[in-house]
Design a protein around this ligand. Structure first.
Ligand code: FAD
Ligand code: HEM
Length: 424
C-alpha cells in the first residue's frame, strides 16, 4: 500500500527550499496540503471533466491556443498536443509562475529545458484538449545515401534478416527523441544502511546499456494508472578497484534511498526479486572533458548526492593520470546515514591520493568529526589551491545544498568552468 504524502515537500521553511530569486530557474515551490503527486493522480482519475469538453478531442488552431492564456483558463501545447493545465496549476511542483510561462503557447522547449523526462502524457491524460491543427507551409526534401558492407561470419544461408531496430528509417536529434526504456529484472537488493539499498537490475538478454560516469538513468513505473518517472545515478558494485569484479557484468547498480512517503521509492521497495522495472537510457550534462589536465578534484556531496561521486572517484584514481588529489566532503545528518562509510575509509587508507571528510548536521555525542552544514568556513578548510594546480569541483545533493555550495565555491574563486552541479 502506498503511503500518500500529505505535507508539502520540502517544508516551507526547510533548508532544501530555495527562494524565487534563485538563478537556476529550477525552484520547487511549497505545494498546498493535499496537492502532492498522489493527490493529483487521485483527482485527475476522479471522473471530473478536466477540459470542459466532456472527453471530446478537438483540433486546436494557433489563434485558439493563444486565447487560453490566463491563470483560470490555461492551455499549453507540448509536442503537438494541447492540454488544459488549469486544474494542474496548484499541483505543479515548479509552481504556477513557471507553468504560466507556457500559457497559450507551445511550451515544449520550456518544458524540455527543465524536465524532459517528466511523463506529462500520462499525468495530463485527462487534461488533453486535442491536437494542434497543422498548416503545411512547405516541405523539405533531402536525400541521404549510406552504404554498408557486411561480411558473413558463417558460410551458410541466412534464414532471416531479423527485425528493424527502433527508430529505423527515422532521423531525429537526440534531444527531440523520447526516452527509450527497457524492462529490467530486479536480481538483488542489498542493504547499504537503514533506509538505502543497492538495487541490482539486469538488462534483457542480448542488450547492452553503458551509462557513462556522471550520467543518470530514469526509472519508470505505473503507479495507480499514472506513469511515475524519477532519475537515479548508477554506481559500481563496490568501491573496490574495477579489476576486482567481472568486466562482463552489464547489470545496473542503483543506490536508492527509500522515503517513507516517496511515491516511486515505496514502489521500488515493494518489488520482489524477479519483478520488472523500466529503465531509460543515460541522460545528463556531465562531461569528462573539463577534467583534462586537472590536478585536484573536489567532490562535495550531501546524502544520496554521493551516487555520482562513487564512480567519479574510481575514474579519477584509476584513469586520469593528471589528478594528484581527489577529496570528498560528505554531508549527512547522522553517522548511520553515511553511505559506503567503511568502503570510503578503506579506499582513503589504501590510496594516498584520495581523502574523505564527513560532516554531520545532527551527530551523536561520540562523534569527533566535523559538525554542521556547508558554509564558508568548512569550504575554506577543505579546499586548497596549491601552486601550479588545476582544480575542479563537483557538487551533488538536494537543490538548496547544491545552489548554496556552488555560490560558496564561486566566492572561493572557482569559475563556472571549474564547477559542475549534478542536477536533473
Ligand atoms: C539527476 C538525479 C539523480 C538522482 N540520483 C539518485 C540516486 O542515485 N539515488 C537516490 O536515492 N536518489 C536519487 N535522486 C533522487 C530521486 O530521483 C527521487 O527524487 C527520490 O528517490 C524520491 O522519489 P520518490 O518518488 O520516492 O519521492 P517523492 O514522492 O517525489 O517525494 C516524496 C517524499 O520523498 C522525500 N524526498 C524526495 N526527494 C527528496 C530529496 N531530494 N531530498 C530529500 N527528501 C526527498 C521527502 O520525504 C518527500 O516528502 C536523483 C535525483 C536527480 C535529480
Ligand atoms: C505542462 C506540463 C508540465 C508538467 C506535467 C510538469 C510537471 C512537473 C513535475 C512532475 C515536476 C516535479 C519534478 C521533480 O520531481 O523533480 C515539475 C517541476 C518543475 N517544473 Fe514542471 N511541468 C510542466 C510544465 C512546466 C513548464 C512549461 C515549466 C517552465 C516554464 C516548468 C517548470 C518546472 C520547474 C522549474 C520545476 C522544478 C524543477 C526542479 O525542482 O528540479 N514546468 N514539473
Amino acid at each position: 500500500m502506498l503511503n500518500i504524502p500529505t505535507q508539502a515537500f520540502p517544508a516551507p521553511n526547510s533548508q532544501q527550499r530555495i527562494g524565487p530569486s534563485s538563478q537556476s530557474g529550477r525552484n520547487k515551490v511549497a505545494l498546498k496540503p493535499g496537492h502532492s503527486l498522489m493527490d493529483w493522480i487521485r483527482f485527475s482519475k476522479s471522473g471530473k471533466d478536466l477540459t470542459g469538453l466532456r472527453g471530446r478531442l478537438i483540433e486546436v488552431t494557433q489563434e485558439e491556443l493563444q486565447k487560453h492564456n490566463t491563470r483560470d483558463d490555461c492551455w499549453t501545447c507540448i509536442r503537438g498536443m494541447v492540454y488544459n493545465v488549469t486544474p494542474y496549476m496548484d499541483y505543479h511542483p515548479g509552481g504556477e509562475e513557471e507553468l504560466m510561462k507556457a500559457a497559450g503557447i507551445d511550451g515544449t522547449e520550456l518544458f524540455d529545458q527543465v524536465h524532459r523526462w517528466v511523463n506529462y502524457e500520462s499525468m495530463l491524460k485527462e487534461c488533453l484538449v486535442g491536437r494542434m491543427a497543422t498548416a503545411i507551409k512547405g516541405t523539405h526534401t533531402f536525400a541521404l545515401s549510406i552504404s554498408v558492407s557486411v561480411r558473413k561470419q558463417a558460410k551458410r544461408k541466412w534464414t532471416s534478416l531479423g527485425q528493424p531496430l527502433e527508430f529505423h528509417n527515422t532521423f531525429l536529434r537526440k534531444k527531440d527523441r523520447a526516452l527509450f526504456y527497457r524492462n529490467c529484472v530486479l536480481v538483488s537488493k542489498t542493504e547499504v544502511n537503514h533506509n538505502t539499498h543497492v538495487f541490482r537490475l539486469q538488462l534483457p538478454r542480448g542488450t547492452v546499456r553503458h551509462v557513462p560516469v556522471g550520467k543518470h538513468v530514469y526509472l519508470k513505473a505505473l503507479i495507480k494508472d499514472t506513469e511515475v518517472v524519477r532519475p537515479y545515478t548508477p554506481v559500481d558494485q563496490t568501491m573496490a578497484a574495477a579489476s576486482h569484479h567481472s568486466s562482463q557484468d552489464s547489470d545496473l547498480y542503483l543506490m536508492i534511498k527509500v522515503y517513507p512517503d516517496g511515491v516511486l521509492t515505496q514502489h521500488l521497495n515493494s518489488l520482489q526479486i524477479g519483478d520488472l522495472i523500466s529503465v531509460s537510457g543515460p541522460e545528463g550534462t556531465f562531461s569528462l572533458r573539463p577534467l583534462r589536465d586537472v590536478t585536484h578534484l573536489y567532490l562535495l556531496a550531501a546524502g544520496t548526492g554521493f551516487t555520482p561521486m562513487a564512480r567519479l572517484i574510481r575514474l579519477a584514481l584509476q584513469d586520469i593520470d593528471t589528478i594528484r588529489k581527489t577529496k570528498l566532503l560528505f554531508f549527512n545528518r547522522q553517522e548511520e546515514d553515511v553511505l559506503w562509510h567503511r568502503e570510503l575509509d578503506e579506499l582513503a587508507a589504501n590510496d594516498e591520493r584520495f581523502q574523505v571528510e564527513y560532516v554531520l548536521s545532527v551527530p551523536s555525542d561520540g562523534w569527533t568529526g566535523r559538525k554542521g552544514r556547508v558554509d564558508e568556513c568548512i569550504l575554506k578548510d577543505f579546499l586548497s589551491r596549491p601552486d601550479v594546480s588545476k582544480c575542479y569541483a563537483c557538487v551533488c545533493g538536494p537543490t538548496a545544498f547544491t545552489e548554496l555550495t556552488i555560490g560558496l565555491l564561486k566566492q572561493q574563486g572557482f569559475s563556472e568552468e571549474e564547477l559542475h552541479a549534478f542536477q536533473g
